[in-house]
Design a protein. Structure first.
Length: 397
């Protein structure tokens, strides 16, 4: 009897799991006993943590996308479609255009959606950065705003949220401005008291210095309270008028939530965020369904969960592939514990490294940090495709 493993999503979680299965299934001698179906809305894997590069230069898209077909083993099938539902009783994945897909074991790696936190007008007026199309739209919007502006009246571009995505997006917009001598002011807005919130002072200071050197105006300490088609409002209250920031382009990177297609499933999940609860072996409340990456809240003990980062997703994916094979063989599952490998973050052409695994340094920038940032992207691309494809991306990272 053939067991069908279905993997949903082609982000770090999904692509990494497929890559793991390419080794684990043959190693277990199951090529004739396992059928793999990989489902994703796009026919490529996007190196999402480098998608901000497309804001400055859309041609970079070809360097940070890997065709799903090129990663698929001979005993696998790729289905390009959008997942719209899941029936755990019937063990079927429901698709927007195609027929439902049956599964014996399912890996959910559908990623996350942008959270707008109920802020009036934000969803309607802000651009997001969750896909290649999003990055291209930001590029085009900044380009058009700059074309309509002047040195005397520059375009105002606001990036909301000073986490990794917001910092890197602001850095790329500033780099675009400088390369094209465009009349653009770039603002990075963060409701908490500093950029890269909840991290050590040394890395926050290093990031702030590079943002300021890049000509990014930083506004911290007031949350966005409302947005209309021309203005971002910061703070305000019963006795205080909000600060008004006019804008031509607004980009929002302020948080994540679960994908809406999981909302009506029977899987146990956080009702507020829709992210699925998973054990350290990635099993959900249904023994046949596993979840990793941004889709999941993966238990790490002491009421802690793994962070929604690229590194967490791709390291978990290796174990997820193993566990799917263990499940087919009815063997004990392995557990996974997140290990912080440090942080690599770019600000335009500059980069900052913080507590990088195995290095005897804390926080540093310069050529060393830039090299590590490039190397991380190249290593990932090479690991799921080829060294040649990975190295071809080096100059654009």
């Amino acid at each position: 009897m053939t067991d069908r493993i279905v993997v949903v999503g082609a982000g770090y979680a999904g692509a990494g799991t497929v890559d793991s299965l390419k080794d684990e299934v043959p190693d277990a001698g199951l090529e004739d006993d396992v059928e793999l179906v990989w489902i994703n809305e796009e026919d490529y894997h996007l190196v999402l943590h480098e998608s901000h590069r497309v804001i400055r230069d859309p041609s970079v898209a070809s360097k940070i996308t890997v065709p799903c077909a090129s990663m698929l083993p001979d005993w696998g099938e790729f289905v390009q479609d959008r997942v719209v539902g899941l029936d755990t009783d019937e063990r079927t994945v429901e698709l927007e255009d195609g027929d439902p897909v049956d599964y014996d074991y399912l890996l959910l790696g559908v990623g996350s959606a942008t959270a707008f936190f109920g802020i009036d007008g934000l969803r309607e007026h802000a651009l997001t950065l969750k896909s290649l199309a999003d990055a291209r739209e930001i590029h085009q919007s900044v380009r058009e705003a700059a074309a309509d502006a002047s040195v005397a009246d520059p375009a105002q571009v606001i990036v909301g949220g000073a986490g990794l995505s917001g910092i890197q997006a602001a850095g790329e917009i500033a780099a675009y401005r400088d390369e094209h001598n465009a009349p653009v002011d770039v603002h990075l807005v963060e409701g908490l008291d500093d950029v890269f919130p909840n991290n050590p002072d040394e890395v926050q200071d290093a990031i702030r210095r590079r943002l300021e050197a890049a000509g990014v105006n930083i506004e911290c300490g007031e949350f966005i309270s409302e947005v209309d088609d021309e203005t971002v409002y910061l703070g305000g209250g019963e006795e205080e008028e909000p600060e008004e920031m006019p804008y031509d382009v607004l980009v929002w990177t302020g948080g994540i939530t679960g994908r809406e297609e999981l909302e009506n499933t029977d899987l146990e999940k956080d009702e507020r965020s829709r992210r699925v609860f998973a054990d350290r072996n990635f099993r959900t409340s249904d023994d046949r369904v596993f979840a990793i990456g941004d889709t999941a809240l993966i238990d790490q003990g002491d009421d802690d969960v793994a962070p929604p980062t690229a590194v967490a997703a791709w390291t978990a994916a290796t174990v997820a592939g193993e566990n799917l094979v263990h499940a087919v063989l009815d063997e004990p599952l392995s557990t996974w514990t997140y290990e912080d490998k440090g942080t690599l973050i770019s600000v335009g052409d500059a980069a900052i490294a913080h507590n990088v695994d195995s290095l005897p340094f804390g926080t540093f920038g310069g050529p060393g940090a830039k090299f590590l940032k490039k190397a991380a992207a190249v290593r990932w691309i090479a690991s799921i495709s080829s060294l040649g494809r990975g190295m071809s991306a080096w100059s654009d990272m």
